[in-house]
Design a protein around this ligand. Structure first.
Ligand code: GDP
Length: 301
């Protein structure tokens, strides 16, 4: 299992490695670095989207180590410092207990529906019951897509008519799951609301109607982010975290991105744990974020 997790991260980070970090192998193999090599290293890390702040921190540590000893292993130093950053906010495991309600939020196209489908399949494969709620009642395509994921995973999907009230269907989902003792309710939400205000109101309404059934729901709010947009998506993500009471992040399409390093500025700016990363479109391509596997995938050319 652990071996395959490392392989998945490696495979997920291949584009970042190929396009940006391949030249890094040469520099990381050196034991003394001159100023030009340090600058080249800094540029490569910035290109992989590790962010100015994170890169400054890594370079400062490396410079300190170079001053202190005649020879250093830059790869080991970078790994150590990166791990310190990435281990700051570990995600809580997804553990059943009563009926747990999980909301998925994020703008359209980031991979929200796909993530929900993969998560449903993952929980079902663990032997835990799941109810999927099609809470984005405006997109017929999203509802159909959820139903296909539901069929694949063997879990029921609750939907109402197009344009119906998302808070009402969330309420029905929570009521039904609680009555049947279903451990997981996964709720898709709309991603296309025009204003932050509108978004906040709709999510508040869903939250209040869930709490009429289960007072401490939702237990997790996952913000889904697309790795291919790199740091450009961060501002939008900040608006969501404020509006939606986000508890965890999911970073999708790591496999299609050359900006895998964006994990670092995401963690630093949003100050939330990354629960999962998406490394493909298949049902097994959602994996728990693992700092060690990530760092090895990034820096072991
Ligand atoms: P939504 O609008 O946020 O619900 O996005 P979808 O779930 O419909 O996903 C948009 C597209 O991204 C689809 O073509 C998905 O197959 C694709 N996608 C989602 N997650 C991943 C991932 O981790 N890797 C890759 N390569 N594609 C993904």
């Amino acid at each position: 299992m652990l071996g395959s997790l490392f392989d998945k991260f490696k495979q997920g980070l291949r584009r970042t490695q190929d396009l940006v970090l391949a030249p890094l192998g040469r520099i990381l193999g050196l034991r003394r670095l001159d100023e030009a090599q340090l600058e080249e290293l800094e540029d490569l890390l910035l290109q992989a989207d590790l962010g100015v702040h994170g890169v400054d921190r890594l370079m400062a540590r490396l410079r300190t180590e170079l001053k202190a000893s005649a020879e250093v292993d830059p790869r080991a130093v970078l790994k150590d410092e990166l791990l310190k950053i990435l281990r700051q906010r570990p995600a809580k495991p997804f553990q059943a207990g009563g009926t747990q309600v999980v909301l998925l939020v994020g703008v359209n196209g980031v991979g929200k529906t796909t993530t929900l489908g993969k998560l449903a399949a993952h929980l079902k494969a663990r032997g835990e019951g799941v109810l999927v709620v099609a809470g984005d009642t405006f997109r017929a395509a999203a509802i159909d897509q959820l139903e296909r994921w539901g069929e694949r995973a063997g879990v029921p999907v609750l939907r109402n008519q197009m344009g119906g009230d998302p808070a009402a269907i969330a309420f029905d989902g929570a009521t039904s799951a609680q009555a049947k003792g279903t451990p997981w309710v996964l709720i898709d939400t709309a991603g296309r609301l025009h204003t932050k205000d509108h978004l906040m109101k709709e999510l508040d309404k869903i939250r209040r109607s869930l709490q009429k059934v289960i007072p401490d729901a939702p237990h997790r709010v996952l913000l889904v982010l697309d790795a291919t947009t790199g740091q450009n998506g961060l501002q939008q993500a900040e608006a969501f975290t404020q509006a939606a009471g986000v508890t965890d992040l999911v970073l999708t399409k790591l496999d299609g991105s050359a900006k895998g390093g964006v994990v670092v500025p995401i963690l630093e700016r949003l100050r939330l744990p990354i629960a999962f990363v998406g490394v493909g479109e298949g049902v097994d391509d959602l994996i728990p974020f693992d700092p060690e596997a990530f760092v090895d995938g990034l820096l072991d050319a």
